[in-house]
Design a protein around this ligand. Structure first.
Ligand SMILES: Nc1nc2c(c(=O)[nH]1)N[C@H]1C(S)=C(S)[C@@H](COP(=O)(O)OP(=O)(O)OC[C@H]3O[C@@H](n4cnc5c(=O)[nH]c(N)nc54)[C@H](O)[C@@H]3O)O[C@H]1N2
Ligand SMILES: Nc1nc2c(c(=O)[nH]1)N[C@H]1C(S)=C(S)[C@@H](COP(=O)(O)OP(=O)(O)OC[C@H]3O[C@@H](n4cnc5c(=O)[nH]c(N)nc54)[C@H](O)[C@@H]3O)O[C@H]1N2
Ligand code: SF4
Ligand SMILES: [Mo]
Length: 921
């Protein structure tokens, strides 16, 4: 059969796939694929289509709750943005062409084998992801370290959790979060550092809200330069200057030492190295720390007192990890727990929140450049021998592999020739993006394995392998509290997509053949066989799960590790006996001094630029960016700026600015915000080239990384800001039923100095394009857009062109509904017109407005403002109006229903009530 015939046969087989295998309506228990809270979901499927998702009431991470992202997962299970077929291009100047899996994998095998034979195994690399399942991860790791013989396996967890790993290891001796979610209910002092839990781990935040409601005396301290929703919920917000956490934690230790709040017996019996640390913190007086951190002395003392009283639980995330001193930040916080004995008991302990759904699983199988299976270290010869024995190979290579930033540098320099990227989008998420893009451009071979086709990395792939994703995959994941949960398929893999582990196993077996091996290391008929091998690798280790099986997970639900052979359950808390994974069983205090961020502000770059997450978007938006509803809370990318800075620079809300440093620049809209301090800016990490003109915030971020954890400083850089004058403005909105429209519009974004494209509304919603330019752009570009959007001459359209005023309006009306709008010059009307498009009818008043230049909106029309409650579609203005009539939170909830379903908007509702409600009057 020719390749062409094979492809046709494949298509035929897919369209006639036996539907009867899929019973009509059924429910499947699985896990949410977004954050590390690891909520259980129940997926409803009709035939092959996922139609609903709800929280699993029996899952111990969420007890039935889901946040805005989890509860809309089923709406992202459509196929328009999915990659369905393997593709290959034989040279960079050719487009990729669809091929069979056989042909794609044989091509990669040939190229890999050739490169390995000519340049050695370290000339290839794998860059994988904390969003892979444990079984996927395991086989990738074994392929690189066991079969090919390179440790060049690193993952996006390097950008995420590696400082947390290093922090645990230097102090407690093993990479194991000692606490659990239930500790939230038992703690008296919750310290949240560098975590916007309300947005990034919403279901954990619901538990925090409940705990506070049940125990109003519980103290919540939030350490974050920004006044986030999380910070606004706190009893004490320490708005430290970026990067100064180590000074703060040392200052708290200093106070606790002075106030006699330390547990000297615990220090004596269970730790080492306190004396040296004591010497160091001696000079960290509240006065000095207040100066370094930019906060009040009294607040440092208060925080220390609450911490010392206990029981104290700390939750922390990227504000600590993504720093060139991330290991020190983590360890300095763990020092506080050791010095007060606040560990290994209910309501106490350091608790790193994991970002991705399976960052934990990846660490467990050792899927990183310096780790080996079962929390083993590559640097340890005995550990290497154990793993080699387990895999039945002579050895695993001793020299550490390249970590994320080093890996892309090595690709750039030609040291690494081929890179296989799976389940991550480095062309969006890596720091110093211009450099990363150059290296992807220079690579001899880029293999990309992704479930979606709408990512920034896609264009660099020479070989594209379509993967199955949430709702289709099978395996296990581990959440922040060490809990292993099954991921189960509710729908078949679409098109020719394959499970990640399947693709790896098939490739590995082909490579073995090519290398002349007579037996296979990859004899895995299913994920359970992979799990069982991984389980064996944990025997006798801190994460020992030899007592666990798919059968137990099936029968008893999700389980925490360790879960040893013969045990009937896992362990909720670690170190309850005060014995640590260090020589002599004693924990080690980490003695480091405070050091500044990689980039420092100066006269030329006077602003601290911070980055982070929004409530309703996920990373590079390949999934969340396909759903209109998830744009309603934050429609477009903006830089948040303090009013004083704006006034000083004569910048108004909505003005466009250029933000730059030596690495790159970004043209973006300004939004006034009291969440940032003067001299601070914040840009969300989500928007990249798929949704705006420009590379997104990572064009600016430094590649500098922590010397121990190798985690780059993605949270902070120094920048300058210049106002741009772009008087020509356009907004286009078009009701849309497929995502291909966005894909087509995307190609035109670079025609404008400023441009963003996204969705808005509910259901299939609408595509929204916003563009600005210094002068009227090439009319051919506008004509091209008009054609794309069907807003051409013979369409049912009202049109007004007032060349003198530079105003042009086009209103497309189909069956009495406004289905398209193009505004040039006067774009403010877009705010209320999008509401008409969403739900209103075309009226005479609207006709009058459409045909008049510069007319005020028809009476009764105003913008709804951002949508705060995503579940019931309730806007900020509606909430404020109701608050101003005297409503408190329960009244708001009763009247508008907002905040009565998933609860993700509760922090914001409380804030609006505080500002606009009864208590304010
Ligand atoms: N909605 C949503 N949720 C997510 C994700 C998502 O993309 N979207 N991603 C998931 C992933 S992978 C991760 S890693 C987590 C991240 O979860 P978080 O770490 O909670 O989220 P971020 O917004 O990245 O950063 C947290 C906070 O760190 C603060 N910060 C910046 N610099 C400093 C500093 O020097 N010190 C301190 N103390 N704080 C600082 C920022 O102001 C920010 O508010 O979220 C997970 N959950
Ligand atoms: N400036 C700045 N940059 C950051 C951060 C920050 O805070 N600030 N945070 C960093 C952190 S913590 C993280 S975790 C990274 C995240 O950065 P990325 O890992 O690049 O983010 P995602 O967009 O989640 O990428 C996951 C990819 O996997 C694809 N995918 C989904 N499901 C599957 C599947 O089952 N199989 C396969 N093969 N593919 C699948 C998705 O389409 C998507 O392209 O970003 C980092 N970058
Ligand atoms: S908190 Fe939200 S995103 Fe995270 S696992 Fe739960 S439902 Fe998913
Ligand atoms: Mo992350």
């Amino acid at each position: 059969m020719t390749q062409q015939q094979q492809l046709q046969a494949n298509d035929q087989a897919l369209t006639t796939a036996p539907v009867q295998f899929y019973p009509q309506r059924r429910e499947t228990r699985s896990t949410c694929c977004y954050c590390g809270v690891g909520c259980g979901v129940i997926i409803t499927t009709e035939g092959k289509q996922i139609v609903d998702v709800k929280g699993d009431p029996e899952h111990p991470a969420n007890f039935g709750r889901l946040c805005t992202k989890g509860s809309t997962l089923h709406l992202t299970a459509k196929l328009d943005a999915r990659a369905l077929h393997p593709e290959v291009r034989l040279s960079r100047d050719l487009p990729r062409e669809r091929v069979t899996w056989d042909s794609a994998l044989d091509h990669v095998v040939d190229r890999f084998a050739d490169i390995i034979q000519t340049h050695g195994p370290d000339a290839v690399a794998f860059y994988i992801s904390g969003q892979l399942l444990t079984e996927d991860y395991y086989v990738f790791n074994k392929l690189a370290k066991g079969l090919i013989g390179t440790n060049n396996v690193d993952t996006n967890s390097r950008l995420c959790m590696s400082s947390a790993v290093a922090g645990y290891k230097v102090t407690l001796g093993a990479d194991a979060p000692p606490a659990c979610y239930e500790d939230i209910d038992h703690t008296q002092c919750l310290l949240i550092a560098g975590s916007n839990t309300a947005f990034a781990h919403p279901i954990v935040f619901r538990r925090i809200e409940d705990a506070k409601a049940n125990n109003p005396d519980m103290k919540i301290i939030v350490v974050d330069p920004r006044r986030t929703d999380t910070a606004q919920f706190a009893d004490l917000h320490l708005a430290i200057l970026p990067g100064t956490d180590v000074a703060l934690f040392h200052g708290m230790l200093h106070v606790m030492l002075w106030e006699g709040l330390l547990d000297m017996a615990y220090i004596r019996n269970h730790t080492e190295g306190f004396e040296a640390l004591k010497e160091t913190v001696r000079e960290y007086t509240p006065k000095m720390v207040a100066d370094i951190c930019g906060i009040r002395e009294a607040d440092i003392i208060q925080a220390a007192k609450w911490f010392g009283a206990g029981p104290t639980l700390s939750m922390y995330c990227m504000g600590l990890n993504q720093s060139i001193h991330g290991t020190d930040k983590n360890a300095a916080l763990i020092n506080l727990h050791l010095a007060t004995g606040q560990i290994g008991k209910p309501g106490a302990g350091p608790f790193s929140l994991t970002g991705q759904p399976n960052a934990m699983g990846g660490r467990e199988v050792g899927g990183m450049a310096n780790l080996l299976s079962g929390h083993r270290d590559l640097a340890n010869a005995e550990h290497r021998a154990e793993v080699a024995r387990l895999w039945g190979v002579p050895d695993v290579p001793a020299s550490p592999g390249k970590t994320a930033v080093e890996m892309f540098d090595a690709v750039n320099s030609g040291e690494i020739k081929a890179i296989w990227i799976a389940c991550t989008n480095p062309a969006h998420s890596m720091p110093d993006l211009n450099n990363v893009l150059a290296s992807l451009q220079n690579a001899e071979l880029v293999v990309l394995q992704d479930a979606f086709n709408n990512t920034d990395s896609n264009q660099y792939a020479d070989v594209f392998l379509p993967a199955s994703t949430w709702g289709e995959k099978e395996g296990t994941v581990t959440n922040s509290e060490r809990r292993i949960t099954r991921v189960r398929p509710a729908a078949p893999k679409p098109g020719e997509a394959r499970h990640d582990w399947e693709a790896v196993v098939d490739f590995a077996q082909r490579l073995e053949q090519k290398l002349g091996k007579t037996s296979t290391l990859f004899n895995y008929p299913n994920t359970e066989t992979i799990f069982n091998e991984h389980r064996e690798s944990t025997r006798g280790r801190d994460l020992d799960i030899t007592g666990l099986s798919y059968k137990i997970l099936e029968a008893q639900g999700p389980q925490q590790w360790p879960f040893k052979d013969g045990a009937s359950s896992g362990e909720a808390r670690l170190y309850t006996d005060g014995i640590f994974q260090k020589p002599g069983g004693k924990a080690q205090f980490h003695n480091a001094v405070y050091k500044a961020t990689a980039d420092k502000t100066d006269a030329r770059h006077p602003f601290h630029l911070l980055t982070g997450r929004l409530r309703d978007q996920w990373h590079g938006m390949s999934r969340t960016g396909t759903l209109a509803q998830l744009y309603n809370h934050a429609e477009e990318p903006v830089v948040s700026m303090h009013a004083d800075d704006m006034q000083r620079r004569q910048i108004k809300n909505g003005d466009i600015v250029k933000i730059s440093n030596k690495r790159g620049s970004l043209t973006i809209k300004v939004q006034q915000s009291d969440e940032v301090k003067p001299a601070e800016l914040f840009i969300p990490m989500h928007w990249g080239r798929q949704f705006m003109h420009g590379l997104g915030v990572n064009a600016l971020m430094p590649p500098a990384f922590d010397k121990t954890s190798k985690q780059p400083e993605l949270k902070h850089t120094a920048v300058k800001i210049e106002k741009r004058t772009l008087p020509w403005q356009m907004t286009i909105m078009r009701s849309c039923h497929d995502l291909h429209l966005i894909a087509q519009i995307r190609t035109l974004l670079p025609a404008f100095e400023y441009a963003t494209v996204g969705l808005y509304g509910r259901g299939s919603g609408m595509v929204v394009l916003r563009a600005s330019h210094s002068e009227a752009p090439d009319p051919a570009v506008i004509a091209q857009l008009d054609t794309l959007l069907g807003m051409v001459e013979d369409a049912p359209m009202l049109a007004l062109d007032d060349a003198k005023r530079g105003v042009s309006k086009r209103i497309l009306v189909e069956e009495g509904q406004v289905t398209g709008v193009r505004l040039i010059g006067e774009t403010l009307a877009a705010d209320w017109l999008k509401q008409i498009m969403q739900e209103g009818q075309f009226t005479d008043a609207l006709r009058k407005w459409a045909l008049a230049p510069l007319a005020a909106p028809p009476s009764g029309q105003k913008s709804r403002g951002k949508i705060v409650c995503n579940c019931f579609d309730i806007s900020e203005n509606e909430i404020i109006d109701t608050c101003e009539m005297g409503a408190d939170l329960p009244t708001l909830q009763a009247k508008l229903k907002c905040g009565t379903n998933c609860g993700s908007c509760l922090p914001e509702l409380k804030r609006l009530v505080k500002v606009h409600g009864k208590t304010h009057v």
